[in-house]
Design a protein around this ligand. Structure first.
Ligand SMILES: [Zn+2]
Length: 512
């Protein structure tokens, strides 16, 4: 009996030792020398800022490098040759857009080419002689029938108008466009604030939208044209100069709302010049060891693209943004790949493209995941994890996300799995890291994790924060703190082991 007990405890000890040992073998794979070598290459001038449209195709050179590394360390390809092809469309207005206001007789009252097409529509689109409905700031329209009409609404809200503020609030306008689009109008017109006499805001938005913009290719998706127009059009619609401002003042006082001008129609046209482009996500997998749980996965993600080259020919090397996250998960991948005994769930390593163009690579992956989103138990996103606070970073002290000291780390999660934050707290404690959870919820939309969160996946974003070189050419390898990056990679590895081996997972549906 005693002998047996001793044997059992030796066996138990051996098991513990075995598992600690196997974790240890993973941890030693996280190596500063590797991180330096990889980052010096990825953030070198040779790669031209890892963006589309540079002279040397640095973005694809980076993709090849990541795929080669994935193969070298023994990850299983998550797509043929580790490459998930991402199709993008680059669009630019064709400068023939216009809006025209007419009388029923056909007489033209107002014609303007000063319009901005906000929709992502690629095809040329024309609407001719459509009845108009004008509806204040686009609020409280639940019982209105907008079908077969052009809906005209004011930029901003009543509160801002009364304060004579005419700033552009993108989130507000997007929400407005979404709720109006649901009512299926022929087109949506947003009229600029008449208080902006010099058209300052209009000019800013116009400069932004006249650039080439990128989006994912969605064939067959019906969209509604959304145009921004100047206040003169609304004046004409209401019968003369100054009428639009008076109307908005009345709307703000609740003494006016919807107007349906008789004997007026709108004709409008939008068109784009477009071209198709291909870029790549890189996906590698460490398959889980449990016959059932291996169908679930933990994702580690980092965007590997950056901003390219500026007009002066200077390269944005993006060592921190996001060479650091890219290189850190290369080490996490190596750590998992080197384990003799793999964790129960599978681990997916995902290097995504096009984050700087609007989180396009992660958006594409979320629509074409290699494990279903319901089976993705957590997505860890690393975006800028290579810096430690320095004196000169005081420029960012006013920011909510100023760069952290050597022990500090921004950790941001959503509500889909309330237990996740506690596990993070525990493991951070063991590694002497101090998690900072004070970032406001807006940061849940600030990087690629948003595309997972939208699909109900619990997410955890790690970042060391903004610094003086954020989105500047000074974001160079020399300023990276590799010791700190190593700690972040170790945290990822430990979190991955813990979560990939957990029993049942809780997950609650959340409104995003
Ligand atoms: Zn970034």
């Amino acid at each position: 009996m005693i002998f047996r007990k001793i044997m059992t405890s030796i066996f138990v000890m051996f098991m513990c030792f075995g598992s600690a040992f196997s974790q240890e073998s993973g941890l030693v794979a996280i190596d500063i020398a590797d991180m330096k070598k990889n980052l010096r290459f990825l953030a070198s001038d040779e790669l031209q800022g890892r963006s589309l449209g540079t002279e040397v195709d640095g973005l694809n050179i980076a993709a090849d490098y990541l795929a080669k590394n994935a193969s070298l360390i023994g990850l299983k390809p998550g797509a043929p040759g580790y490459f998930q092809q991402v199709e993008l469309v680059a669009v630019k207005p064709d400068s023939q857009d216009f809006v025209e206001l007419k009388e029923a007789s056909g007489k033209s009252l107002f014609h303007s080419v000063s319009v901005i097409d906000l929709s992502g529509m690629v095809e040329t689109h024309q609407q001719t002689d459509v009845p108009v409905l004008m509806a204040g700031f686009g609020e409280n329209l639940s019982d209105l029938d907008l079908k077969e009409k052009v809906i005209v609404v004011a930029q901003g809200n009543a509160e801002d108008f009364v304060k004579s503020s005419f700033r552009w609030n993108n989130r507000l306008e997007r929400a407005k466009i979404d709720s109006l689009s649901a009512k299926n109008p022929k087109a949506i017109l947003i009229v600029m604030n008449p208080n902006d006499k010099d058209e300052k805001v209009f000019k800013q938005i116009s400069a932004w939208f006249n650039r080439e913009r990128y989006s994912l290719v969605h064939t067959g998706k019906e969209e509604i044209p959304v145009l921004i127009v100047l206040p003169e059009m609304a004046d004409e619609l209401l019968g003369g100069k100054g009428k639009y401002k008076n109307y908005l003042a009345k709307v703000a006082r609740n003494s006016a709302s919807v107007i349906e001008p008789e004997n007026r129609t709108l004709t409008l046209r939008t068109g784009k010049v477009s071209r198709l482009l291909e870029t790549k996500n890189i996906i590698g997998v460490v398959e889980g060891s449990d016959p059932v749980l291996k169908d679930e996965c933990v994702v580690f993600m980092a965007h590997y693209d950056h901003l390219g080259v500026n007009d002066e020919g200077e390269v944005y090397n993006g060592a921190d943004d996001n060479g650091s996250g890219t290189v850190a998960i290369m080490e996490v991948a190596e750590a998992f790949a080197s384990l003799k005994e793999k964790p129960k769930r599978s681990i997916v390593f995902l290097w995504v493209t096009g984050e700087e163009l609007g989180m396009l690579g992660s958006g594409f992956y979320s629509e074409h995941p290699i494990f279903p989103m319901e089976k993705t138990v957590v997505c860890f996103n690393l975006d800028m994890v290579g810096r430690v606070y320095e004196e000169r970073d005081t420029v960012w002290n006013r920011s909510l996300k100023k760069v952290k000291d050597f022990d500090g780390l921004f950790t941001l999660s959503n509500d889909a799995w309330p237990g996740l934050e506690e596990i993070n707290r525990q493991i951070c404690k063991e590694l002497n890291l101090v998690p900072d959870t004070t970032l406001p919820p807006a940061f849940l939309r600030s990087s690629d994790h948003y595309n997972f969160l939208k699909n109900g996946v619990p997410v955890m974003n790690y970042a060391t924060g903004y610094h003086a070189d954020y989105h500047k050419v000074g974001d160079e390898v020399e300023k990276i703190n590799f010791e700190k990056m190593k700690r972040v990679a170790e945290l990822c590895f430990r979190m991955g082991i813990e979560i990939a081996n957990l029993g049942k997972m809780e997950r609650k549906p959340v409104d995003q």
